[in-house]
Ligand binder design. Structure first.
Ligand code: C2E
Ligand code: CA
Ligand code: CA
Length: 413
């Protein structure tokens, strides 16, 4: 424990877990049953904790978790909540007697609630004691944190409602050909139109949705809506280019994902074409699994782009093996290109690399003509950014597509 304190410069959390009414089990069933419960609980706890969380049994029916590198207590709380649910959801089988149990948890944070093991344990125990006599399933030692977390839970509840009430909207941003400036693709970007907060950008709610697993529900909605909107364009006589949908790694890991996409395609009678964008660092994380799922997507005729390219650590060997068709160069490089020779060189290198792998390049966040010119000289195929258009609501995107249709005299394609 002292070792973790010394080695982990970052904050970490000590969570002490108590099985409620454990003594009752011992008394009313048997000590054997009590032992079986402890054993099964410990097994489920270790499984739920995974590799990155330390687990221990520190007393009769008391377990401890040390969660390293906690940067955000809110996420910690969500994580705790979902893992504990996973542990106690199913009843325990005590030699034929099925028993549901519940837990109480006390949490202390290093270093805020104690700089050594002893203080931390004492404070986590204090928090546990308070939790036991309250309605809360867990409490933080610091009162402020408990308040912050209950506020965030209010947010989580609101997000659940938002999904039920369909409070999300899709905005569309065109991708254009660097040479001709015609629209060759559209990226769809989700926003939350909240009755309480107004239009909320995705960065503020997607991490929370990912943490709670709700992202799967939102992701499925985004897919469906993007295809429906595209079909509407099609029915209005505008042949819109494919719509690129951002997918979260959690969605991609889902076994049913390919089926979901296939079904959405079928429902739109093949009238909608979507592409996918997947963040670089996340594709690389679970590469073998992802290759399999991405290959299934390819088989459906879907183009896949590696998003935020340059921010992760792609291994070239893997990049060559991935069934992807495009790289999107992260905005950070594009925006520094005209003032920072290093950024310029990086963009140039990324483009050559992509081309040598026969991949198309899309530059994100293009805001000036100067940047567009450099990209043209570097033979970048497509660009996207405020220079061309901000992300637009459906109706405005419809107008933009129509305008292009009139100018070219041809359907947009
Ligand atoms: P991203 O995929 O990298 O999306 C590009 C972001 O850059 C968008 O922010 C867009 O509004 C912004 N942007 C576009 N052009 C410019 C420009 O010229 N200058 C600047 N400064 N910014 C520009 P947004 O819409 O807030 O989205 C943020 C991130 O949220 C996205 O990053 C994406 O990772 C995620 N996201 C958005 N929609 C979804 C979704 O439906 N599902 C999932 N899983 N993630 C989504
Ligand atoms: Ca994207
Ligand atoms: Ca991006």
């Amino acid at each position: 424990f002292a070792e973790i304190c010394a080695s982990d410069k970052k904050s970490f959390a000590l969570c002490i877990i108590d099985i409620k009414r454990f003594r009752k089990v011992n008394e009313s069933l048997s000590r054997m049953a009590g032992n079986t419960l402890l054993k099964q609980f410990a097994e489920r706890l270790c499984k739920a904790a995974g590799d990155s969380i330390y687990t221990a049994r520190i007393g009769g029916d008391i377990f401890a978790l040390v969660v390293p590198a906690v940067s955000d207590v809110m996420r910690l709380a969500l994580m705790l909540e979902s893992r504990l649910k996973q542990i106690i959801e199913e009843p325990f089988d005590l030699d034929g007697t099925l028993l549901k149990v519940s837990t109480k948890v006390g949490v202390a944070m290093y270093p805020a609630d104690g700089a050594d093991g002893e203080t931390l344990i004492r404070n986590a125990e204090t928090a546990l004691k308070k939790a036991k006599s309250s309605v809360e399933d867990y409490l933080f030692y610091s009162h402020d944190m408990t308040i912050r977390i209950s506020e965030s839970f209010a947010l989580e509840r609101k997000l659940r409602q938002a999904l039920d009430n369909e409070e999300f909207v899709l905005y569309y941003q065109p991708k254009v050909d660097v040479e001709t400036r015609s629209v060759v693709g559209i990226e769809c970007l989700v926003r939350w139109l909240s009755p309480d907060y107004g239009l909320v950008p995705p960065k503020e709610f997607i991490p929370l949705l990912e943490e709670t697993g709700l992202i799967l529900e939102l992701g499925a909605w985004v897919l469906r809506r993007a295809m429906e909107d595209q079909r509407k364009w099609c029915e209005a006589g505008i042949i819109a280019p494919p719509v690129a949908v951002n997918v979260s790694p959690m969605q991609l890991r889902q076994r049913a994902f390919a089926g979901l996409v296939e079904q959405a395609i079928r429902e739109n009678a093949g009238k909608a074409r979507i592409d996918l964008e997947i963040t670089e660092s996340l594709v690389m994380e679970d590469i073998e699994n992802n290759i399999e799922n991405l290959t299934a997507m390819r088989a459906l005729g879907i183009e896949i782009a590696v998003d935020d390219f340059g921010t992760g650590y792609s291994s070239l060997a893997y990049l060559a093996r991935l069934p992807v068709q495009a790289l999107k160069i992260d905005r950070a490089f594009v925006s520094d290109m005209h003032c920072d020779p290093n950024a310029m060189m990086l963009v140039s290198t990324m483009i050559s690399l992509a081309h040598s792998l026969r991949l198309k390049v899309i530059a994100e966040g293009v805001e000036s003509e100067e940047q567009a010119k450099m990209l043209r000289l570097l033979r970048c195929e497509e660009m996207q950014g405020y220079l061309v258009s901000e992300p637009l609501p459906f109706d405005d995107m419809t107008i933009l597509l129509r305008k292009q249709l009139e100018q070219s005299g041809d359907p947009v394609n």
